[in-house]
Design a binder for this molecule. Structure first.
Ligand code: HEC
Length: 169
C-alpha cells in the first residue's frame, strides 16, 4: 500500500513543471489573468462579513486571553493555564493569520498597495501569536496581540475611519 511508483512520478512532475512554467510567463493582459484567478474562489462573504464573522471573533478571544484584569477580587490573570487553553488560542491566532490571505484575494482586496501591506501585516502578527501560544510565552503573546491590534487600527484608519469609533466601544 505504501510503496510509491517513482518511475511514474518523474513524468508527472515534468508535465506539472511545464504547466507551472507556462503560467509563469508574463501575462499579455493583466486584467484577464486576475479575473481568471478570482474565478477559483468563493467570494460570497464580503469584507464586512469577514470582519464580523471570522476576524473579530477570533481576535477577541486572543485579546481576552492576554494580560490581566483588575476586578473586585484583585488582579485576575487572563492567560491560558492549560495546554488545551493554549492550543485553543493558537487556533484563533491561525484564523487571524489566514484572514490576512482572505483579505488579499482578488475580488476582496481594495487595492494592490497599502491594503496588501496591512493584509500581510495581519498574517505576520497572527503567526507571531501562534508561535507565542505554541511556546506558551505570555510576554510574546501579549506583544503579538498588541501588534494585531495596531494592524486592525491602521487599516481601519486608512480605509474606513468610521469603524474606529465603533471598534473602541
Ligand atoms: C486590510 C484592511 C483591514 C484590516 C487589516 C482589518 N480590517 Fe476590519 N474592516 C476593514 C474595512 C474596509 C471595514 C469596513 C467594511 C464595510 O463596512 O464594508 C472593516 C470593518 C470592520 C468591522 C465592522 C464590521 C461591521 O459589522 O460593520 C470590525 C468589527 C472589524 N473591521 C474588525 C477588525 C479586526 C478585529 C481586525 C484585526 C484583527 C481588523 N478588522 C482588521 C478593513 C480591515
Amino acid at each position: 500500500m505504501k510503496s510509491f511508483n517513482h518511475s511514474l512520478l518523474g513524468p508527472v512532475l515534468c508535465v506539472f513543471g511545464s504547466l507551472v512554467l507556462a503560467s509563469c510567463s508574463p501575462p499579455e493582459d493583466d486584467v484577464a489573468e486576475v479575473s481568471d484567478v478570482a474565478g477559483n474562489y468563493n467570494l460570497t462573504l464580503n469584507v464586512k462579513e469577514i470582519m464580523a464573522y471570522v476576524l473579530e471573533p477570533a481576535s477577541d478571544i486572543l485579546w481576552d486571553s492576554g494580560g490581566w484584569v483588575l476586578d473586585a477580587s484583585g488582579y485576575e490573570e487572563l492567560y491560558p493555564t492549560t495546554d488545551d487553553g493554549w492550543n485553543y488560542v493558537r487556533a484563533q491566532a491561525a484564523v487571524v493569520a489566514e484572514s490576512g490571505n482572505l483579505l488579499a484575494l482578488t475580488g476582496r482586496a481594495v487595492d494592490n498597495d497599502a491594503w496588501m501591506i496591512y493584509a500581510k501585516g495581519l498574517s505576520e502578527a497572527g503567526l507571531l501569536a501562534m508561535t507565542a501560544a505554541e511556546a506558551q510565552n505570555e510576554e510574546d503573546f501579549f506583544q503579538a496581540g498588541a501588534q494585531i491590534y495596531s494592524v486592525c487600527t491602521a487599516c481601519h484608519q486608512a480605509y474606513n475611519p468610521d469603524i474606529l469609533s465603533k471598534f473602541s466601544e
